[in-house]
Design a protein around this ligand. Structure first.
Ligand code: ADE
Length: 274
C-alpha cells in the first residue's frame, strides 16, 4: 500500500518508523511518503495560511499550496486510474468512475483516496479501517489552524474520491495525530504486517463488535492478585466460554451500544448493580 501524507509538521510522522509499521516499511509492505506543505508555498516566508474571508478568529489554510502538492501526488499515484483523474485528461473519454460523494467506498482501490482528518468528518471505525486497508493509495491531508479553504475539498471531490474523517468527538490541534492513528489502524491489517494474524481476530471491535477479554500472564499470583483459575485449568472450552462471557460483560458495562441485539436482553450477572 502506498500512503502519502501532507503536513506542515512532517516530524510527527517519524513515529511511523517505529515498531511494526517501521518493519512493514522496511519489508516493502507499506510505502509511506511524507510531504511538507511548505515546499509548495513559494513566497519568502513559505506562507500556508491567511485570515478567514468574511472575518472571524484564527487562520485558514490557503488553497494554492494544497493544490500544487495534491496535484503532484496524484500525478505520481501508482493506481491505474490516477493519471485520468485530472479533469482535462478525462474530458470526452468514457469515464465510468463512480461520482464522488465524499464517502464513496464503491470504487475501492481503483484510484487514490484523499482523506482529510477533520473533527467535522464521518467517524473512523474498525470497519472503516478494514475498508481502507483494501485501498492501493491513500493520501492524508493534515489541516491546521481553523481548517483548509473549502475549495480544496470541492476541487478534489470533483475529480476523485475524498473523505473527511474524524477519529472522535474531540478537537485536536491538527490532523497529524489523527492521521497517525488511522494509518496505524489500517496498516496493521495489511497482510504480513502483524506477525501472527490470529492476534487480529479476537480484538475489540473485530467480527462480533464486542470489546476484548482481559489478558493475564505469569506469575499466577502478583501482589496477592491471582490469575482467574479457569485460565490455568487447561480446559480450552471452559477458557473460551469464560473469555466470551468477559467480553459480553465488559461491553455491556462500558459500551452497551455496541452489544449485538441478541445479547441486549441477556442477564447482567455480576454487574446487575451497575
Ligand atoms: N483534527 C482536529 N480534531 C480532529 C479529530 N477529532 N479527528 C480528526 N481530525 C481532527
Amino acid at each position: 500500500m502506498r500512503i502519502d501524507v501532507v503536513s506542515i509538521f512532517p516530524g510527527y510522522f517519524d513515529a511511523l518508523e517505529l515498531s511494526l509499521l517501521g518493519k512493514a516499511k522496511q519489508k516493502g509492505l507499506l510505502d509511506v511518503r511524507v510531504h511538507d506543505l511548505r515546499d509548495a508555498a513559494h513566497d519568502k516566508h513559505r506562507t500556508v495560511d491567511d485570515t478567514p474571508t468574511g472575518g472571524g478568529a484564527g487562520m485558514v489554510m490557503k488553497p494554492e499550496p494544497w493544490g500544487e502538492m495534491l496535484d503532484g501526488i496524484l500525478a505520481e499515484s501508482p493506481t491505474a486510474a490516477a493519471s485520468s483523474s485530472a479533469p482535462e485528461a478525462s474530458a470526452g473519454t468514457a469515464d465510468t468512475r463512480e461520482p464522488s460523494l465524499g464517502r464513496s467506498g464503491a470504487t475501492s482501490g481503483a484510484e487514490p483516496l484523499i482523506i482529510f482528518p477533520s473533527p467535522a468528518g464521518e467517524v473512523f471505525t474498525q470497519r472503516m479501517a478494514r475498508e481502507l486497508a483494501e485501498e492501493q493509495h491513500l493520501v492524508f491531508g493534515c489541516g491546521r489552524y481553523e481548517g483548509i479553504d473549502q475549495r480544496v475539498f470541492d476541487e478534489y471531490s470533483g475529480r476523485g474520491r475524498v473523505r473527511l474523517v474524524s477519529i472522535g468527538d474531540y478537537v485536536l490541534n491538527g490532523g497529524e495525530v489523527a492521521a497517525i492513528a488511522m494509518i496505524e489502524a489500517i496498516a496493521r491489517l495489511l497482510p504480513g504486517v502483524v506477525g501472527n494474524p490470529e492476534s487480529l481476530v479476537e480484538e475489540s471491535h473485530e467480527e462480533d463488535g464486542l470489546l476484548e477479554y482481559p489478558s493475564y500472564t505469569k506469575p499466577a499470583d502478583w501482589r496477592g492478585r491471582e490469575v482467574p483459575p479457569v485460565l490455568l485449568s487447561g480446559n480450552h472450552a471452559a477458557i473460551d466460554a469464560w473469555r466470551r462471557e468477559q467480553r459480553v460483560e465488559r461491553t455491556r458495562r462500558v459500551r452497551p451500544e455496541l452489544l449485538p441485539r441478541e445479547l441486549r436482553g441477556e442477564s447482567r450477572g455480576r454487574h446487575a448493580a451497575d
